[in-house]
Design a protein around this ligand. Sequence first.
Ligand SMILES: [Ca+2]
Ligand SMILES: [Ca+2]
Ligand SMILES: [Ca+2]
Ligand SMILES: [Ca+2]
Length: 632
Amino acid sequence: MIKFDYMKNIIGIVVLIFLLVACKKDIPVAAPEVKQINSMTDLTVSNTFSWQTGKDVTVTIHQSVSDMIIISSPDEGMLFHKGFYNDSSSNLKIIVPIPTYITQLNVNSQLFTINGNTVDIYTLGKKKTPTFINYSLHLNGTTDWVAIQNSSNIVLNNAFTLEAWVKCEKQQSVKIIEKGDWDGFGLGQDLYKGWMASLAMSNLTATNVYVGSQPVLNRWYYVAATYDGRALKLYVDGVLKSSANTTGTMNYTHRTVSIGSDNGGQKFFKGYIDDVAFWTRGLSVSEVVQGENLGWSGAESGLLAFYQFNEGSGTAIHNTVSTALNGTLIGSFSLDTGYGADTDGDGVLNGYDDYPNDPTRAFNNYYPSNGFGSLAFEDLWPSRGDYDFNDLVVDYQFMNVTNRNNKLVETFATFIVRATGASYKNGFGFQLAGNAIPQSAINVTGFKIYDTYISLHANGLESGQNKPTAIVFDNAFRCIPYAGGGGIGVNTSAGANYVTPDTIVLHFTYTPDLYTLNDLNISAFNPFLIVNEIRNKEVHLIDYPPTALATTSYFNTLNDASNPALNKYYRSSGNLPWAVNIYERFDYPYEKTDVLKAYLHMAEWAQSSGTLYPDWYQNKNGYRNTANIFSH
Ligand SMILES: [Ca+2]
Ligand SMILES: [Ca+2]
Ligand SMILES: [Ca+2]
Ligand SMILES: [Ca+2]
């Protein structure tokens, strides 16, 4: 193979010289031309370009968190992180590996723009996808309600706000919170027109405003009614839904404030009610949104009562603002938030718990976030190869399992050996980026070692290493053996018989309850190819260091231009790599087909240091020449 490429280069140079001579003869004055790019070696690439299709973003939450945190792509199509946090540091950092083309993150249903590699969150919408795990009222629709003591003497003339989280189980005309009834003001639910607000003036003219359609059953809504002396407004989930101008003095009624019914006589709400706030002033829309996102401390100006219903048992309802206007419950509290019960008692509701019957496990966190990424190698290092990036193609996916404290339990690392367009018996492994998890805390099984040149510790990690290192397989030819039919290699040329890719699952377990996803730092994993069973000859991603078992004697030989003092490794003199890590599954080129002939925007991506076409590898219109991509 070396001989072949060498011959090809010589032929290329001879042809080039011939063409130059020929051109010189025919065209005496040549205008400066844009450099034609036909292959990787034609590229002009920065000596700092990383060739990365993914990056780590640090999400910092600058407030105390006692909640589920769910981080995804803007459309929620890619889930980047899932965890349950109790953190009062106001400095909770979560590192998420994402594709470089993603510019915004969706954190608990709010969008945040990524600045460089960071997202700073000062106000987290913790309740938009109601993730709160505390008690609420659960009212049966026939007899349950809450009476507020000493509320008959509340006198409001020209302003109020009522707010509540509500989740109804039945379409009907009922009350949510009410001062008086038709003669007062309140929030309610209408059988046909949905959430409603009502207000009676002193001349007993009534104003009612409605959403106009029924709410979805069993879904939490944040409903607010405000009156500021000019208009009665109805907000749902922070959005103004209806408004009616009305002025004058509000009607005064001696009747009590009641929650979930018309003073215990009729119109009983069926479903859940939480976080009821009662104000003496009309809140602005931004204040309503704040109430939805953060709730209230109880110290806010004009806040008369705030009921959180977190007592959990008994009949006393506590007003967070003061002991005035405490209430009495006829009915029950419930922990059910719409995400089911917590069957295994680990504190993570079934709807979020990937292991609802296992208290030692809670979440699966994946890298890459959805499906598989791919590693594609050239194996002639330190000579440059032919840049078909199919000498070894391995898909990878890490599923990291954490418990309710976000501590690592285990990792299932799945590798799919898809192609080997090589004449070498190549091996493959990877090293963790650091020692935050010491080798002694790890056990690994599931690798495929056929031959004798690899030595392992009893815990399955490779011996002689200074960082945790796993060998996935030692000989690709044994994983996907050549099946005849012509051509070179396996699954890289049209003629040869197709071989079913080989799936290898490594199972890592860790000393329990000690290590986090950040400790594992899986997106910084350092994969490498072992060339032709020569253990000290490794090929890594560009600027990833060799392991302790690799020799550095090939550095700065042939086409390699590594400079360990500057952390430059496996970088050619033209700043080309010998391996690429694609965040999504890579459709690799046919044998001896330069990758630029398959991917039509990869050159612009590389020459712009990743700015242009960061999604070059996707199957979009005009992105590929499929004739040059392997298929079978
Ligand atoms: Ca509550
Ligand atoms: Ca659970
Ligand atoms: Ca569980
Ligand atoms: Ca090649």
